[in-house]
Ligand binder design. Sequence first.
Ligand code: SF4
Ligand code: SF4
Length: 97
Amino acid sequence: MIVFDLEKCIKCRKCEKICPTLAIGFDEFPCLAYPEKCWHCCACIKECPAEAIRLRLPPHIGDQRYEMLVKDEGKSMIFQILFEGRKIDEMEIQVRK
Ligand code: SF4
Ligand code: SF4
């Protein structure tokens, strides 16, 4: 499930605009207005300039304290696994453009 850190959010609304399924709503702050529409593509996570969006891992992978952050570094994608907000693992995948 996509979760928002509203203390980090700068209200730029980029997540709302990039979401291909229109799952994100905005009313003062962004929220996952239509969770059933979210297909966990992580586009919103990559687009967020404040690193305020994360993918909470499903129960069969980890409990609620595990989250994933995705960063687009141009020539590579960075996938970070966080536990209670702290990075515990990282994977980098080269991107062919
Ligand atoms: S993960 Fe993809 S489908 Fe889900 S809210 Fe983000 S951009 Fe939309
Ligand atoms: S992209 Fe990030 S900073 Fe911008 S509105 Fe969405 S959550 Fe907030």
